[in-house]
Design a protein around this ligand. Structure first.
Ligand code: ADP
Length: 421
């Protein structure tokens, strides 16, 4: 069956988040890690390609996304989606705008929308300003993110320096008047030459309106949530058909590992909480620079897999700043990501088949090291975080890949409980 919908995500947990929300419809979702080497064969109706390009240089990010688009087109997709973080993570020279413009050019479309809202996870957009819970983005913990600290909350102001064509807003008052009003407003803005339209959304009902109004746009951009209603709309009008049965998790040996490279406020709370339940080992980038990953591997070798040990680099903003001052932000991040990747491979080689990973970049590094190329999407653990099933080293594994801010404080234990065994 050819794909109908092709999405490109700028990091791995963003991709699993989107894939999980799409899978709520019951339609099979296939998630590819990186652009597949082979031309499309068995495409699912909903295809998501996860890239690792959120903080890559612009030309590399654009080239990777264009290659992903070409693969999705070859798979038969007719609607496309550019997925970035619900906190609009990017820098002034960031990739959200340039990638959107490149995809628009390749698809021959003059307008797209930007809607990173995710009300279930406390991300709302009002008058073009992004909120995290009750705080403006730039006043939220995102101001301290190790790689993409966000110092402005106005999405039009964040986007304008990243694009060459005009940026506009379809505000909540328009969205509240329904899909026809929003379509009319988008057409009015298009007539004025506005190529990039930020669309307000504060509640799930707004996302339904936006999805209905934009379901025929060749390209939409946003967080995961505004894509969620699309499969249901396509099932309702017969564009898509629901499958007979949902995919079942594979049989897995006992044992698990929790790996955390996210320093987000929520992950810090999750790491604190889980450290009370299970053996825990902290990775310090300064010590990694000196001693490498061997001490962590030695520690892991002494832990029974059934205890589901945790290895984490998660640290508070002051500790992150200190590591970055000593090593530079990139090297500090790379040291941690490479360590988590090596530890994941060592864990798999010990027979561990359940991996819970916190952090977008961190998850990307782990999944890549495990040689995972395709994931089937399973049950959701928390909004935007499903269990996923893949092959690694010739055996089935399960991965829960969590973006930093997602999940409740009990997330790590919740994830393991949800999978059972
Ligand atoms: P999130 O989903 O919260 O954004 P990511 O894994 O995408 O998490 O990004 C966190 C980044 O911070 C990674 O590059 C990681 O290697 C880096 N990092 C993790 N711990 C530390 C630390 N203690 N000091 C400096 N950088 C760190």
């Amino acid at each position: 069956m050819p794909a109908l919908f092709g999405a490109i995500a700028d990091d791995f947990t963003g991709a699993t988040d989107l894939a999980g929300l799409l899978a709520r419809s019951g339609v099979p979702v296939s998630l590819r890690l990186g652009v597949p080497d082979d031309p499309p064969d068995e495409a699912a109706a909903l295809e998501v390609i996860a890239l690792k390009c959120r903080t890559a240089p612009v030309d590399q990010a654009v080239a990777a996304c264009r290659a992903a688009l070409a693969w999705l087109k070859a798979a038969g997709a007719q609607r496309f989606y550019w997925k970035y973080c619900s906190t609009f993570d990017s820098t002034a020279t960031g990739n959200i705008g340039p990638v959107a413009e490149a995809l628009m050019d390749d698809l021959g479309t003059a307008q797209t929308i930007y809607c990173p809202a995710f009300p279930e996870n406390g991300r709302a957009i009002f008058m073009g300003h992004l909120f995290v819970g009750r705080q403006l983005l730039a006043e939220s913990p995102m101001k301290d993110h190790p790689l993409t600290p966000m110092h402005d909350s106005n999405l039009m102001r964040l986007l304008a320096p990243q694009v060459t064509r005009p940026v506009g807003l379809a505000d909540r008052l328009t969205v509240a008047r329904g899909p026809d009003a929003l379509r009319t407003e988008l057409a009015r803005l298009a007539a004025e030459g506005v190529a990039h339209v930020v669309v307000d959304a504060v509640a799930d009902a707004d996302l339904e309106v936006i999805a209905e109004a934009c379901r025929d746009l060749v390209l939409m951009t946003g967080g995961s949530a505004v894509a969620m209603p699309l499969p249901r709309l396509w099932l309702a009008d017969g564009t898509l058909h629901a499958p007979a049965a949902a995919p079942q998790p594979p049989a897995l040996p006992p044992g698990a590992i929790v790996l955390s490279g996210s320093c987000s406020a929520m992950t810090r709370a999750q790491v604190d909480r889980y450290a009370h339940h299970a053996p825990a080992y902290r990775l310090d980038p300064l010590r990694l620079a000196e001693d490498g990953v061997a001490p962590a591997l030695d520690w892991l070798a002494g832990q029974p897999p059934q205890a589901a040990p945790m290895i984490y680099a998660t640290a508070d903003p002051a500790a992150v700043r200190a590591a970055q001052a000593a090593l530079g932000p990139e090297r500090a991040g790379t040291l941690v990501e490479e360590a988590l990747a090596r530890i994941a491979v060592a864990a798999r080689d010990r027979g561990i088949a359940r991996f819970v990973v916190a952090g977008g970049e961190s998850s990307g590094a782990v999944a890549q090291a495990l040689g995972v190329t395709r994931l089937d999407i399973g049950a959701e653990i928390a909004p935007g975080v499903p269990w996923t099933f893949a092959q690694s080293g010739g055996r089935p594994i399960a991965l829960a890949l969590k973006s930093g801010n997602f999940g409740a404080e009990s997330f790590f234990a919740d994830a393991l409980e949800r999978l059972g065994g």
